[in-house]
Design a protein around this ligand. Structure first.
Ligand code: HEM
Length: 122
């Protein structure tokens, strides 16, 4: 997994979140602001920051970057969808938001592990 995959996923999620934010502003309906906020921050900002970090640490094994990605990307999407469903009172929302939250937590634990890895000489 490449650092640029994190950055590209992050920027796509951020663009979707921003367009939705503009929709909220135009319609003056802020009901789903928490979904917008989590897509932008967990999906957009955190994925892009992780991409910058992995670009600066090419010594971190590709497999460790992949493990972070496969937890983070679906986690951000499920968390956002679950928050959206929860705010709109959907019965399916609870397991979705829970799964998304656990995936994001696991992704951040892997990220923390990667951040604390000692830097190998390049
Ligand atoms: C053109 C870009 C954006 C537009 C038009 C926009 C629009 C909005 C609107 C209308 C709200 C609801 C305000 C309210 O409840 O009174 C909101 C909330 C929020 N936005 Fe954005 N936003 C944009 C970009 C971003 C970005 C880039 C981030 C983070 C990286 C972000 C994070 C948040 C957060 C944290 C909230 C508060 C959510 C809450 O109260 O539950 N927004 N935004």
């Amino acid at each position: 997994m490449k650092a640029t995959t994190f950055q590209r996923t992050g920027i796509v999620l951020l663009l979707i979140g921003i367009v939705y934010g503009m929709h909220m502003g135009i319609s003056q309906d802020f009901t789903y602001a928490p979904a917008h906020a989590h897509l932008n921050l967990v999906g957009g900002v955190l994925m892009f920051v992780a991409g910058l970090f992995y670009a600066s640490r090419p010594d971190i094994p590709a497999r460790a970057v992949t493990v972070h990605y496969v937890l983070h990307a679906p986690g951000a999407v499920l968390l956002t969808a679950g928050i959206y469903g929860s705010v709109s009172g959907r019965t399916w929302a609870e397991p979705v938001v829970g799964t998304g939250a656990v995936l994001v937590l696991l992704a951040m634990l892997v990220f923390a592990f990667n951040v604390f890895r000692s830097e190998r000489a390049r």
